[in-house]
Every structure is written in C-alpha cells, then in structure tokens.
Write a protein that binds this ligand. Sequence first.
Ligand code: URA
Length: 235
Amino acid sequence: MKIRLQKILAQAGVCSRRKAGQYISEGRVIVDGKTITEKGLKFDPAHNKILFNSKPLSPPEKKIYILLNKPKGYVTTLNDPQNRPIVTSLLTDISYRIYPVGRLDFDTEGALLLTNDGALTQSILHPSKEVNKTYRAVVSGNPGKSRLKLLETGIELEGRKTAPAKLRIISAAGKTTTVEITIHEGRKRQVRKMFSAIGHRVLSLKRIAYGKLKLGSLPPGKYRFLTKKDIKLIF
Ligand code: URA
C-alpha cells in the first residue's frame, strides 16, 4: 500500500512525521535510487527501496503498549521548559519511541498508557469513542449526593456543559471525602474543575482505570506491558 513518505519514515522509527518533512527537504531520503526532496509523495515500503542517510529503513516498528502508574511530580509532555521530571524517564528498559496517550497533570498520579501506536492513540483520544476514564479523588468537605448529582447530569465549565459523569462516594472521613468519578471527556484539569465548580477542592487525584482496564496494584513509578486482550478492555 502506498503511503506518504513522512509517514513511512515515522513508522520505521526514524523520527516524527514533522521532522521527516525536514529530512526529506534536506535530501536525506532516497527512493529507488532517486533523491526525493518533495514532501507528501506516496510510496509503498513493501515495494520501493527506501534509504535514509544512505541506509535502508528498518521494517515498521513493533507496536508496544505500556501501562504506567505515573507518580505525582512528573509531566506527561516529552520535554518541559521548567525541566521537571518526564514520565518516559521511568521507562528504563524500553528502546522504542513511545508517547503518553493523553495527559495527566503534574500533581495527578495513576494509570497512564504509553504506546508507539498512533492509530490506537487517536481512537482512545477521539471524543466520538467516549472512552471512560475513572479517577479516585479525595476532595475537601462532604459534597453529599445532591451536589454530586450536579456533576452526574453535567455542569457548565468554561462556557460548555460537561457530559454526564458517574460518581460514587467511597468514604467520608471528617473533613475529606473520597469519590470515584468516571468521565469520557478529556478537558484540561477537568476533574479538578468539576469539583471546584461545586465548591470542593480536589486534594489528591489518581486515575484508576481506562474503560475496564484497571491500574490494579501496580506500584507508583512501575509499569507493565499490555496484551491485545488488555487493550480490548479499554473500549
Ligand atoms: N482531570 C484532572 O483534573 N487532572 C488530570 O490529570 C486528569 C483529569
């Protein structure tokens, strides 16, 4: 199948698609003996002989899927202007270029998927797929059932109503309450903002599941490889 040259380079693990465009313009890519400097041309990696920096491309990268228990105090971006610790630094024995699927705040812990499978990333993040994410939040005070109901039906956040959420009180201990909340949207700091909108501050937040794929007893900072069966649990 013919696909864009940038994509072929990215799939072979050479670089990102954006960077591939630059390398093509620099004349570092040869297809069937001819230097290609035009971006966007399509080729078939199974039939065209493609060289990058005069070396043949390796076969498409094996897809890997990892579930990490992100500790607090790590960013999920791949570089941070403030030089804070980056989640991928926790993946000590992975030689693949993998990316977090979506984000978790610096001060949020818990389940974080990482993969080099762009198609899977897209389908988990695409709003139409409505992939559920479940969080355990410790909030200030006691929101009580009536206020949680507001979050269950949806609440105005930054001019847009949130989709209905599922909520469950786990325990109430004096000045704090532990609540489980399941949402399928992924707005920035959404859970914190939802609770703040009903007058309760989130004191700690942990993502405990994507769909039916649970974090389980994985210790903070540790990760495990996911199987195809695990992936199916997400949707
Ligand atoms: N909601 C938040 O507020 N923070 C996260 O990290 C994830 C969901």
